[in-house]
Write a protein that binds this ligand. Structure first.
Ligand code: ATP
Length: 404
């Protein structure tokens, strides 16, 4: 239908970008981007009229774009319309200066070759693929590559560095060598990107099937210490008097992948990634005990809200839940360096309350946790323990009552 309307208006018209990529990858995709020569808004208006009352049009005249939302019993689709454009950038902003352009100009401004594919919708050439950068070949081979000079692409809009890593993670693609080297060279440019946008991309990484891939790439190109220093600080091991400790970065990623394998709960995944975040600050070597992460001030719990504030994450209920899970999971591990008392584990389970299943899940996914077996054992008898504890507490409160 869009092609027919465009033909009536005598306009070249293409579907472009992520939607085309996802057709070839056989991935579900609901957002359709349409590019035409001339005004995208005019085409959107004509398409909305044709679609009738099930279509709703919003126009953004400042940007020269329009969005049509269409819904019927079967589907909800969003179609973005834009006139083909040419973009140029100033150094301190990712907002481009925009001029009208050709389809080729519009493809040049795309971030990756696989996102620059266009399919013609006009009747005469319906379904013709326009692929000036050999994006199809990259799609087949699983390669993320910029269409033009990667240093210019990333410097113009540094968010593209995060997008490269996010696509590589989501699609299990490989970032081409020159493109990856340019991310490392331009990494400091990420500072002009808002924290919210970075968090959006991190969210997409953490929701993917094997999220560790993204964090390893972020670390390899040295973006991680800039955007998430607390996670980067988990990396590394030290040996003193022949005694070493595990690398908490790779350990946290293993826990994260374990959780991701069995649960789509994003907040549990964040908790898995962050569960050891207090350790770099509390770590010390004691010739009697070896490496210990025990600290009475328990800095970890204080750190977590701080991190989220810095990342400008909304401290909504879900984030509070992440904090709680992380806090609960960290406590016995910190205690583990001393003696893990049964009562510490019991208290942990008790504190977890309704989060008990998620906490158990987090503990089970952490295969190195010294408390796993203990927690499991208590979990098996949880209800029993809970009842017993109530009895003990009642007795304790009676025993502890001071006589006048
Ligand atoms: P997803 O829907 O998973 O985010 P997508 O590729 O559809 O993936 P969108 O952000 O919807 O991502 O963008 C649609 C298209 O717009 C992309 O495929 C790409 O061609 C282009 N695009 C989006 N963001 C950028 C950017 N920062 N720089 C260049 N091109 C971009």
């Amino acid at each position: 239908l869009i092609g027919e309307v465009a033909d009536e208006m005598n306009r070249p018209c293409f579907v472009i970008g992520g939607y085309v990529r996802d057709i070839f990858l056989d991935r579900p995709s609901k957002d359709i981007d349409i590019v035409t020569l001339g005004s995208g808004i005019e085409l959107a208006e004509a398409v909305t009229t044709k679609l009738g009352k099930r279509a709703h049009l919003s126009t953004f005249r400042n940007f020269g774009t329009a969005q049509v939302k269409y819904s019927d019993q079967k589907e909800n689709i969003e179609i973005e319309f834009v006139g083909a454009r040419k973009e140029s950038y100033s150094h301190d902003s990712r907002k481009p200066i925009v001029e009208d352009g050709s389809l080729q100009d519009d493809q040049n401004r795309r971030d990756f070759t696989i996102n620059a594919l266009a399919l013609c919708l006009n009747k005469e050439h319906w379904g013709m693929l326009v692929d000036p950068f050999d994006g199809m070949n990259d799609l087949k081979k699983g390669i993320i590559r910029t269409p033009l000079d990667p240093d210019i692409t990333f410097s113009d809009d540094p968010l593209r560095m995060m997008r490269a890593i996010r696509f590589a993670t989501q699609l299990n693609f490989h970032i081409e060598k020159e493109t990856f080297a340019a991310i490392e060279r331009n990494r400091k440019r990420i500072e002009i990107i808002s924290k919210e946008r970075i968090i959006d991309e991190l969210g997409k990484i953490i929701r993917s099937d094997i999220p560790s891939r993204g964090f390893i790439l972020l670390d390899d190109c040295k973006l991680l210490p800039i955007i998430f220093p607390e996670v980067a600080a988990l990396k590394g091991t030290e040996t003193i008097e022949g005694r070493g400790h595990k690398d908490n970065f790779y350990h946290s990623l293993a826990v994260l992948d374990n959780v991701a394998l069995r649960s789509r709960n994003e907040w549990l995944r964040w908790a898995a990634l962050l569960h050891d975040i207090g350790k770099p600050r509390t770590k010390r070597y004691d010739s009697r005990l070896g490496w210990t992460f025990h600290n009475h001030n328990f800095i970890g719990e204080k750190m977590i809200p701080g991190i989220f504030r810095k990342m400008k994450l909304p401290l909504n209920e879900k984030m509070k839940y992440v904090q709680k899970l992380v806090g609960l999971h960290m406590r016995p591990i910190v205690l583990a360096e001393e003696v893990v008392t049964d009562s510490a584990v019991r208290r942990l389970l008790f504190d977890a309350g309704d989060d008990i299943d998620d906490l158990m899940f987090l503990c089970e996914s952490d295969i190195t946790s010294k408390n796993r077996e203990k927690v499991k054992r208590f979990r098996d008898n949880f209800e029993l323990v809970r009842t017993k504890l109530r009895e003990i507490e009642e007795k304790d409160s009676i025993r502890n009552m001071k006589l006048p």
